[in-house]
Design a protein around this ligand. Sequence first.
Ligand code: HEC
Length: 508
Amino acid sequence: MLTWLDQRTGIVSATKDFLTEDVPGGASYWYAFGSATMFAMILQIATGIFLTFYYAPSTATAWESTKFIIEKVPAGHFVLSLHYWGASAMIALMAMHLLQVLLWGAYKKPRELQWIVGVLLFVVTLVLGLTGYLLPWDLNALLASTVAIRIAGNAPILGPAVLKFLQDGDGITTLTINRFFGIHVWLMPAALVALVAAHLSIFRHNGPAGPPIDEAPKLKAGRFWPEQLFMDTVLSFAIFVIIIALSTFSPVPLDDKADPNNSTFVPYPAWYFIALYALVDLVGGLPPAMVQAASLFATIIGPTLLIVLLVALPFIDRNPSRRLTRRPWVLGLTALTMVGAIGLSWIGQNNVVTGQLQHNLIGPNAIAATTATGQSGPIGTTAGVGGTTSGSTSAGTGAAPAAAGAGAAVYSQSCAGCHGATGMGVPGAFPPLAHNPVVTGDPKKVIDIVNNGLTGPVTVNGATYNGQMPAWKGNLTPKQIADVITYIRNAWGNKATAVTVSEVGGAR
Ligand code: HEC
């Protein structure tokens, strides 16, 4: 029977070749991270397919169907949690695998292509993590993804096109959810499977690299079967047990449904992006003139350079020796990058925690009530989207507190999406309104800008912005415009006179 099959497919001898392959220097748990990553990937595909049976991507159904999976589908919450923790496991294991190959010098000739495909796999997996984050369509999904989309939109040259592709429209809507869904369940998984196939077939061609030494390993060569396969299975199984335990004892949470008007929620990014988040935060504290360039570097140029550097590594580091002692540069830089990433993640984690504490102290309900009814009340704002600042201010202490309270509601609905909950704007895209002399200057000019919109470059505190500010006349009532202008002129440390409805109505 096996012979029959083998004569027609070659599958039996191929498996035999594969299983009896030498593992130079003997089997090792160090080599098990690659196969454990693949195990996590298979788990993601299996659980992901299950989730698509119930999930419906649109603003009206994404959150509802996620809630349905959690509350109504048998084992739904467990499978969703497996998918959630599995994503983290896959990224952590892949990072370990990459690190091991890097330290062992296994990317060197003749394994350059295998390494490059591996780096691409890493990028694809991060994109999967990023696009999956939006799908539950809860507050956190929306706000964390808003940050990601804005960062992508800030990229030089390609930014606007990427923004248009990812977001497709003026705001984050059903089109955006569908775009992310398509990328998450079709495009990236297809790329992932194709790249894994390439990665493995190149691996079959070159064989394992073995320990980081230059001479032939002294130890008797081990076999893939049974030693290495046993270790691979042990690691994968251990990971599976951990994922099951996390999914049981710490199932994935679902926040309130996404609400673009809620600009008081502090988003928490996935842990593998938290270093980037901290970097954006740090950069936001630089002198205004430097913020624009520095944030571009932190969010786009730096990460791109890192990926380019990884891809080019086998061609830059042409020293054929794989001995650890002969490769101080690569090892030193790797250690430095790791220390930097861990340090930044720690800072980012602290920022999120303090941001959320502030949020809880101010009381989300007070804010929600104010936003919903437009009544005046204690307005608190916490860390802006993008985390450029944290801090809370109580607005409307100056002129016309009632109008400022109503203005805060208008602001969070109509303006915060671009100018940020704390008026800090988004470096490179939307000008800050806090500490902006135009905002606190001649009220006629501010009324004109808000009524009729603005295009062409503007310079605020040394940084230039060139975008399109929508016209609000007709979309907002003169009273709402008066309220919101009074609000922005007196929030976040600004101090200026209130404007009246008749001033707004009388203007062009
Ligand atoms: C779609 C994004 C977006 C929204 C929403 C938005 N703005 Fe703007 N705003 C901009 C951009 C972009 C500019 C800069 C325009 C330019 O470069 O010419 C701007 C500029 C301004 C300025 C002038 C700043 C300066 O220094 O010259 C004011 C004031 C302002 N906006 C207030 C508001 C108010 C009030 C709201 C809500 C009613 C609002 N904006 C909503 C994008 C937006």
